[in-house]
Design a protein around this ligand. Structure first.
Ligand SMILES: Cc1cc2nc3c(=O)[nH]c(=O)nc-3n(C[C@H](O)[C@H](O)[C@H](O)COP(=O)(O)O)c2cc1C
Length: 393
C-alpha cells in the first residue's frame, strides 16, 4: 500500500511531503523529482510567481546512496517567496499585526475559490487563513510525491504523459501517434503546433481583458499490466480512484476515462473495443480501438489508460468581480493577488502525478514486495499467467 501526505501553505516557509510504501532498492534522486517540478512551473499563461520559485525537492529521509530504503520518504520544497511573507505568515504569535500591504487582513471574498466556505467552516475572520492552503501551490507537493510514483512505475516499464486538448474555444487536432517531444516543447503542452499558436493568442487576449481561461487535458499511461484495480468493491475500482484523484486537483470540474461525453452518440455495437485473436503470447488481448480508455469493470484492461479532465477558468481576476466584504456584507471588488491567467498547461503535469500515485498504489497492492527484485518477481510470475488459458499454460 502506498500512502502519502502533503502539508504547507502557499506563502509559508515551504511544503512538506511524506510518501510511504515504496519498496527498497528503487533508484531515486532529487534531480529526477526536480525535472517534474520544473515541468509544472512552465506554461504560457502562468503568473509572476513562477519566475521566483524554481522548485527544488530536498529529500530528508528514505533514500540512501541513490536508492530507496523502504522507509518513508520525506521531502521538503522551500517557498522562495517566504522571505516576503515572514510577518504575514509568521508561525509565531504576532501582537498587533500591521495592516499594510500583504500583511493586511483579507476580507474581500473571491467567488469560485475556497474563500467563503473555508472561512465560514473554520471560523476564521481573515480569508488568508483558508486561501493559503486552498492555493494550487500545494500541487507542487503532489508533483514531488507523484514523481516518486512515476519513478516506481517506470522501473516496470509503465510510462505516463499528458497533453493539452483544448484551451478556451481552441481545440487541438489529436494525431494517432502523439509526438511527446513536441508536447514538452510547446509552451501550452499541446501536440498540435497550429492549435498551440492559437491557444497562446487566446491566452494573450484573455490577459489583456484582465480575465482567465480554462481548458481540457489528457493523461495517458502506457504498458500497464492487465488487472490493476478490482470489480469486486466500489472503492477498489481504478476508474473511480482516478476520477477522485483528478477531481481533487484545484479547479478541475469534470473527469472522464477515455473520450467520456463524446462517445454518447455511438450505439453499443460501435462502442466496445473488440478483442483480437491472440497471435503473440507475450502480448495477448489486443484491441484495435480504446474507447474504454483502458479500463473495464474497474480494472486496467491491458490497453493504454486514458483520462481526461476539464479545468475551469481561475477565480482570481485582474479585473475583479463584484463581491461582498466579510466584515460588513457590503459590496466590494473581490480580492486580487498575483495570479495565473491560464493554468491548463501545468495541470497536465499535476494530472500525471495524481494518476501515477493511483496506479502505483494499485500496482503495489497487486504485486506487493518489500524490495524492487521481489516486486519484479511477483509481476513476472503474474504476467506468465495472463495468456489464453488452454494454449499458453
Ligand atoms: C496549476 C494551477 C494553478 C492555479 N493557479 C491559480 C491562481 O493563480 N489563482 C487562482 O485564483 N486560482 C488558481 N488555481 C485554481 C484554484 O486553486 C482553485 O480554483 C481553488 O482552489 C478553488 O477550488 P475549486 O476551483 O476546485 O472550487 C490554480 C489551479 C491549478 C491547478
Amino acid at each position: 500500500m502506498i500512502r502519502w501526505f502533503t502539508a504547507g501553505e502557499s506563502h509559508g516557509p515551504g511544503l512538506l511531503i511524506i510518501v510511504e510504501g515504496i519498496p527498497a532498492g528503487l533508484p531515486l534522486s532529487e534531480e529526477y523529482i526536480d525535472v517534474h517540478l520544473g515541468r509544472r512551473q512552465k506554461g504560457y499563461g502562468r503568473g509572476g510567481r513562477m519566475l521566483i520559485e524554481q522548485d527544488h525537492a530536498r529529500i530528508g529521509s528514505g533514500v540512501r546512496h541513490g536508492h530507496t530504503l523502504g522507509s518513508p520518504i520525506g521531502m521538503n520544497i522551500e517557498n522562495k517567496d517566504w522571505a516576503n511573507w515572514t510577518e504575514a505568515m509568521a508561525i509565531e504569535y504576532v501582537e498587533n499585526p500591521s495592516q499594510e500591504g500583504r500583511n493586511r487582513r483579507v476580507t474581500r471574498i473571491r467567488a469560485g475559490h475556497a474563500d467563503l466556505p473555508g472561512t465560514m467552516k473554520y471560523g476564521f475572520d481573515d480569508v488568508r487563513n483558508s486561501l493559503e492552503r486552498a492555493s494550487a501551490r500545494e500541487t507542487a507537493a503532489r508533483v514531488a510525491a507523484g514523481a516518486i510514483a512515476m519513478r516506481l512505475l517506470e522501473e516496470f516499464g509503465i510510462v505516463l504523459r499528458s497533453h493539452v486538448v483544448a484551451i478556451g474555444p481552441i481545440s487541438a487536432q489529436i494525431p494517432d501517434t502523439i509526438d511527446w517531444d513536441a508536447v514538452e516543447e510547446s509552451p501550452v503542452r499541446c501536440s498540435d503546433p497550429e492549435a498551440s499558436e492559437q491557444m497562446m493568442a487566446e491566452i494573450d487576449a484573455t490577459r489583456e481583458a484582465g480575465d482567465t481561461i480554462g481548458g481540457i487535458v489528457e493523461v495517458i499511461a502506457e504498458n500497464i499490466p492487465i488487472g490493476l484495480g478490482s470489480h469486486v468493491h466500489w472503492d477498489r475500482k481504478i476508474d473511480g480512484q482516478i476520477a477522485q484523484a483528478l477531481m481533487s486537483i484545484n479547479a478541475v470540474k469534470a473527469v472522464s476515462i477515455g473520450p467520456g461525453w463524446e462517445i454518447m452518440d455511438r450505439r453499443g455495437s460501435q462502442f466496445q473495443d473488440v478483442i483480437e485473436p491472440v497471435t503473440d503470447p507475450d502480448n495477448p488481448w489486443q484491441r484495435k480501438t480504446n474507447r474504454a480508455g483502458g479500463v473495464e469493470g474497474g480494472m486496467t484492461a491491458g490497453m493504454p489508460l486514458v483520462a481526461r479532465f476539464a479545468i475551469k477558468p481561475i477565480a482570481t481576476l485582474h479585473n475583479p468581480l463584484p463581491s461582498v466584504d466579510l466584515d460588513t456584507g457590503e459590496p466590494v471588488q473581490a480580492h486580487f493577488e498575483r495570479s495565473d491567467v491560464c493554468q491548463v498547461p501545468p495541470a497536465g503535469v499535476i494530472g500525471e502525478a495524481m494518476v501515477a500515485l493511483v496506479l502505483a498504489g494499485a500496482f503495489m497492492e497487486k504485486f506487493g514486495g518489500d524490495s524492487i527484485p521481489e516486486t519484479r518477481r511477483n509481476l513476472e510470475g503474474y504476467l506468465k499467467t495472463v495468456g489464453p488459458r488452454r494454449v499458453y499454460q
